[in-house]
Design a protein around this ligand. Structure first.
Ligand code: PMT
Length: 328
């Protein structure tokens, strides 16, 4: 697919920025195979009545994008996102009957693996004999549950995982998913929890080789990454239900910024969260008002309540669009 496909029908400066971003980005590796996987996954989950497999298809984005500083990349700019929000949300979407396209940062937190330790993985196992190992007793329950749920999601065809690392890969993958998902109309959903870089070095002005420290202090000009939310709504998947996130460190401006994003980018919901409290509290901002969601207990996930609310809002949206019986 031409990366700038569909852009010419839109006007305005931001679309020109988007077009030049895609034109100058290094081509997405395995683009054809990614497109094919996405289309097949959507097709297999596009029957919504009778023997419906899923109630809708949601694209969950998760983890942070990197900004390479060199074409043969040694150094890059990164951010704090662990991918926990996206991984947990994916599990709750699958539990609610959705098929999930999980667009995630390579190496970030994965659905059904959230309870497995990253640094002491081998401590979970013990060797029985030359050919057998077993999960140590105190961990067996959690591992068994994770394995069962993971296989059920993957083998049932409810989970497609697409990895990215850089901002270039992320935005190209989102474009492929969005233009493919548009065929589902309002049954498609975007849940954009990834922490997306706001600034980048355009490929053509990027150093080809490792930047040399002998040249002295480094002056670097970063260009603004065009916001993709607007084009997602207007061009790529205009009927899909869109949930974006707003993260701030200053609670004074959080809600005002979330409300502004809701209107500016015509989002259906903006989930506002503050860095200091984002694991236990979020506020869902809609045109109808704000709903604060807090973790119910220490062991609970805030995503459990959040996804319940979004599923309800998505159902109302589908009904409003008069597409309760849609079959593509
Ligand atoms: O992964 P965790 O550690 O669990 O953390 C989860 C989280 C805090 C990262 C998550 O809850 C969250 O808030 N994600 C969004 C963070 C972010 O990038 O906020 P933003 O204000 O920069 O962007 C707002 C929205 O615009 C995002 O939905 C993003 O997808 C979108 N965006 C951003 C930049 C850009 N160039 N184009 C975009 O479309």
């Amino acid at each position: 697919m031409d990366a700038t496909e569909g852009l010419e029908i839109s006007q305005g400066e931001s679309f020109i920025d988007v077009k030049s971003f895609f034109e100058s980005a290094p081509p997405l590796k395995n683009s054809d195979s990614i497109t094919q996987k996405v289309k097949e996954f959507i097709y297999q989950n596009s029957q919504f009545s009778g023997n419906a497999k899923s109630v809708g298809v949601v694209c969950v984005t998760s983890g942070g994008t990197t900004v390479p500083l060199e074409q043969r990349c040694v150094r890059y700019i990164d951010n704090f996102s662990s991918g926990h929000r996206g991984a947990a949300s994916t599990e709750y979407f699958v539990k609610s009957g959705y098929a999930v396209i999980f667009v995630h940062r390579r190496g970030s937190c994965q659905p059904y693996c959230r309870y497995l330790p990253e640094d002491s993985f081998l401590e979970f196992f013990e060797v029985l004999n030359d050919s057998e190992i077993q999960v140590c007793h105190p961990h067996a329950t959690v591992v068994k549950k994770a394995i069962k749920e993971y296989h059920s999601a993957v083998n049932g065809g409810f989970l497609l995982k697409l990895p990215f690392t850089t901002i270039f890969e992320y935005l190209q993958i989102i474009q492929v998913v969005a233009t493919s998902l548009s065929c589902l109309g309002p049954r498609g959903m975007f849940y954009l929890a990834a922490a997306v870089s706001d600034f980048y070095v355009p490929w053509e002005s990027m150093a080809k080789h490792k930047i040399q420290s002998a040249a002295g202090p480094l002056d670097m000009r970063l260009t603004q990454v065009p916001k993709m939310l607007r084009i997602l709504r207007t061009d790529w998947a205009p009927s899909a239900f869109c949930v974006s996130f707003k993260l701030e460190t200053d609670s004074e401006i959080l809600l005002q910024k979330a409300e502004s994003a809701l209107r500016k980018y015509q989002m259906h919901v903006v989930v506002a969260n503050e860095l200091a409290t984002y694991k236990r509290e979020v506020i869902a901002v809609t045109l109808d008002g704000k709903i604060s969601i807090r973790k119910q207990s220490e062991d609970a996930d805030v995503e459990d309540q959040l996804i319940k609310l979004l599923v309800e809002k998505h159902n109302n949206y589908i009904e409003c669009c008069g597409m309760g019986e849609i079959i593509t």
